[in-house]
Design a protein around this ligand. Sequence first.
Ligand code: DGL
Length: 285
Amino acid sequence: MDNRPIGFFDSGLGGLTCIPYLMQALPNERIIYFGDTARTPYGSKAEKTIRAFGAGIAGFLAEQNVKMIAIACNTVSSIALGEIRRRHPELPVLGIISPASHTVAKTCSPENRIGVIGTKATIRSAAYPHKILRYNPALDIYQQACPALVPLIEEGIIENEIMDLTLRYYLDQFLSYNEIDTLVLGCTHYPLVRRNITKLYPGLRIIDPSEEMLESIRDALGRRELFASGEAGAKRADNIFYASDLSENFVNMINRIFAGTDLRVTFKSIDLEEAAEREGLDYGF
Ligand code: DGL
C-alpha cells in the first residue's frame, strides 16, 4: 500500500483527459498534475526543447514525492520517455504510446486501415507505427500531423465551426484517400474534440490512448504493490493541479472533472525554472 499521489503531466490541459478514467477505476488514488500551459504547444518545438521540458517537469514531480510518473503527453512520451526513465530509476515512469499501440495491434487485422493523428513531433518520431508494428507487423498504418488543433483546444475553441473546419482541413483527404477505418487519437488534447470527429466521420472506430493508459497504470501499481489504501485521511488529502500559467480553461476543466465528487482540489501556479533556482534543485534545464 502506498498513499502517495500519482504524478501526471502534459504540455497543457490535454493530459486531463486521462484523469476521469483513473478516478473511476481507481477512486482511492490521488493526483499531482502539472500542465505546462505557459509553454504549450510542445508538438511544434525541437526535440531538444521537448526533452528538456519533459525532464524538468518529471524532476519537479519526483521532488513532490509521487509514487509514479505518468506521462500524459504523446509528444514527450514519443521523444523523452527513455531519458526520463534513466533519470528516475527509483520510480515507475509510464508513457502513453505503448498501451494504445498494444490495443491496436491486438484488435486490428490486415483488413483494417489504421490512421494515427498527433502533433508534428509525435508523427515525425513515428513512435506509434514503430510500436504497433513491433506488436503486429502485418498491419498498415498511416499518419497525419494536426498542429493547429492543440492551440485551438487550449483556447477552448471546441464546439463550433472553426474546430470542425480545422478537423476537415486535416482529416477529409487523409481519411478518404487512405480509406481509414480506425483512428488513434495520438495527442491527449484530441479526446476533447472526439465528439466533433464522430459527428463529422460517423462509423470511424476511435482509439483513445488516454483511456488505454489506465490499464498500464493499474498494472504497474499492482506489480509493485503501490495501490492507495483508501483510508479516510488519505482520501481527504488534496489533488494538486500545477500550471505554469493558470488559465481559466485549465481551472474550469478541472472543476468540471471533479464536480459532484467530494474530493479536494488545489490549484497552484508555478514557474519551474524559478522554483528550481529558489530550491537549488536541478530540474534538468
Ligand atoms: N497533449 C500533448 C500530446 O499528447 C502535447 C500537445 C502539444 O503541446 O503540442 O502530444
